[in-house]
Ligand binder design. Structure first.
Ligand SMILES: [Zn+2]
Length: 181
């Protein structure tokens, strides 16, 4: 049966909330948005046999098409992932689950889900694994407009212009990233 094995992202109640730590190895650094996890299998890498975090950020991640881009943050060698995590973002997903002898099952998040200032981990040990025919995960900054609105309101005109410029830059950079994906 074709498909890609990856954690069951629909099992939200089985996701683990992990608080940030000020002491963690370099390969356990995460970003706002989407993060993936896999084990580095290169013996010469500092992170050999450790779960490393692949920072994806605010993006649309395609489990099938973007899979080959997943590399260890230390040695930059390809690795397989089956865990994902979110932090400080809104996320949504759409995909197709494959089960032997069953019709294709379309999966879609009902609405955008919000993740606060922690690391929300979907681990196959708790959430289970699915065989995905396709899966797209989309992450966006949460309350960006509200936060920027507040910022613009508090600042004098010159600063306001500058912050507007940086918001535009932010959207441009994010758009470029999405396009590349
Ligand atoms: Zn490595």
């Amino acid at each position: 049966m074709a498909g890609t094995s990856f954690v069951d992202i629909t099992q939200e109640n089985k996701a683990k909330t992990i608080e940030f730590s000020s002491q963690a190895p370099q390969w356990r650094m995460c970003c706002y948005g989407l993060n993936l996890e896999g084990v580095c299998k290169y013996a010469s890498c500092k992170a050999f046999n450790h779960w490393v975090i692949i920072m994806k950020g605010m993006c649309t991640y395609d489990l099938v098409y973007d899979e080959h881009e997943n590399v260890c943050p230390i040695c930059c060698q390809y690795l397989e992932t089956n865990k994902c995590a979110f932090s400080n973002c809104n996320y949504s997903y759409v995909g197709v689950k494959l089960e032997k002898g069953q019709p294709l099952k379309k999966i879609m998040s009902e609405k955008e889900k919000t993740v606060g200032n922690h690391y929300l981990l979907f681990d196959p040990h708790e959430a289970g694994v699915c065989n995905w025919g396709s899966l797209k995960i989309c992450t966006k900054p949460k309350n960006l407009e509200a936060e920027m609105g507040k910022l613009c309101w508090d600042l004098p005109e010159r600063e306001r212009m500058r912050s507007r410029w940086s918001v535009n830059m932010y959207f441009m950079m994010n758009a470029r990233r999405q396009f590349r994906n």
